[in-house]
Design a protein around this ligand. Structure first.
Ligand code: PGA
Ligand code: ZN
Length: 426
């Protein structure tokens, strides 16, 4: 039972407005959450409510805040809530649109996340344990995927691919994984300085040097892994890419390094990269509308690497079901604000699991200090979390939360775990 609901407008890590909500429970405990915001969004994401007008270049969220403080508050205070699912269902009903555009997915997701914290608190459990119980999974500390080199919509350099991540798959435990990530990140800074390249940062805290090709980026990162004293590959530090291909796809072709690639040619390019570098995961390698390309890439590369759908599935249970039927990928990225409620995010995870897909939990490029996704990754036991570089407050808030959970629960396993796709016929 809630006794008060209050939201306010705050700033995200890019200095754009977002919102924070506080739910007060009977007994006095106050649980808060805040909404992140993407820059390279999928077409079918749930819609953020923005004010328009002159303030904050139209990006204010005063109307979303007002919706929480009036209509949503009235709903939440009207009766006791037996479950997260009943509360999330009522929020969707109150909104009444398929894309949550009336109250705003930014408003709804923050309320839903704060409510999950309230349910966990009433159950006397940490958030990750409550999530684990809700989906019937044993917890696991995920392999952090540190985004150490930024391009695309997250940086001003000419690099088309958006994210170059390092994953300490060979680390024995979470603190070691965090250490390796930090060591490689700093080694990369040293490599860049030695070459006279810029060590300015992109939106997710990774370096954004003035390079234009993926090979150059992969060479720099492989060198940094070695300079930090680790071995590139599964036993040491692997690499994961999120090209976010929507953003270099125009009129049916991919524009990369000044040349045009057909879908099949781009798949061939990825094949070469995968053969030459220790790449374990490819997210959004093709544009969301290039359905045929996704199926082709998964058929050709799906047994070598994880193929993750972000913009193509947008954490949406129905879009994921279609993707599983079409063998479009073999993994899904989970971002609660893409779909708008915690319950729907958990549904997407369950559908992935039944379909033999892996899951990776993710932050957004515009973030706050809220560390919800760290608990989500641990609770689901999916083995993978991406939350940007091992630097900058809003990114390390998630990694530090993992360290806290690891410290409090020394028996939790660390690592990728059994890939769900082992059960997939193929
Ligand atoms: P976004 O980027 O938060 O800007 O959408 C993250 C991603 O593409 O994974
Ligand atoms: Zn992505």
């Amino acid at each position: 039972t809630f006794t008060a609901v209050h939201a306010l407008q705050i700033l995200d890590s890019r200095g754009h407005p977002t919102l924070q909500v506080a739910l007060t429970c009977q007994g006095g405990s106050v649980l808060t959450a805040s909404a992140p915001s993407g820059a390279s969004t999928g077409t079918h994401e749930a819609v953020e409510l923005r004010d328009g007008g002159r303030n904050y270049s139209g990006r204010g969220v005063e109307s979303a805040v007002a919706g929480i403080n009036t209509a949503i508050a009235e709903l939440l205070l009207s009766r006791p809530w037996p479950s997260q699912r009943s509360l999330d269902g009522a929020l969707c009903e109150l909104d009444g649109t398929a894309d949550k555009s009336r109250l705003g997915a930014n408003a709804i997701v923050a309320v839903s996340m704060a409510a999950a914290r309230a349910f966990a608190s009433v159950a006397g459990q940490p958030l990750h344990a409550w999530i684990g119980k809700t989906v019937g999974r044993a917890g696991r500390l995920p392999v952090p995927h540190f985004n150490v080199l930024n391009g695309g919509a997250h940086a001003a350099n000419p690099l088309a691919f958006q994210e170059f991540m390092i994953a300490p798959t060979g680390a024995r435990n979470l603190p070691e994984a965090i250490r390796w990530g930090s060591e490689v990140y700093h080694a990369l800074g040293t490599v860049l300085r030695a070459k006279g390249m810029s060590t300015g940062l992109g939106d997710e805290g990774g370096y954004a040097p003035e390079i234009s090709s993926a090979q150059e980026a992969l060479e720099l990162i492989t060198k940094a892994i070695e300079e930090a004293g680790h071995s590139p590959g599964t036993d040491g530090v692997s690499i994961a890419l999120d090209p976010a291909a929507n953003y270099f796809y125009r009129d049916g072709v991919y524009e990369l390094n000044g040349s045009s690639y057909s879908s099949t040619e781009l798949v061939g390019y990825y094949e070469k990269l995968v053969a030459n570098y220790p790449i374990r995961s490819l997210e959004d390698p093709l544009a969301e509308e290039d359905a045929h390309g996704w199926t082709e890439l998964t058929a050709r590369l799906g047994n070598l690497v994880q193929v993750v759908g972000d913009d193509i599935f947008v954490t949406n249970p129905e879009l994921l079901r279609t993707g599983i039927q079409n063998a479009s990928a073999n993994a899904v990225l989970l971002k609660p604000n893409q779909i708008g409620t915690v319950s729907q995010t958990l549904d997407t995870f369950t559908i992935a699991e039944h379909g033999g897909f892996s899951s990776m939990v993710s932050h957004r490029s515009g973030e706050t200090m809220d560390s919800f996704v760290a608990d989500l990754a641990v609770g689901l036991g999916c083995g993978q979390l991406k939350s940007g570089a091992p630097a900058r407050g809003e990114r390390v808030a998630k990694y530090n939360r993992l360290l806290e959970i690891s410290d409090a629960h020394p028996l939790l396993p660390y690592g990728l775990g059994t890939p769900h796709r082992e059960t997939e016929p193929n």
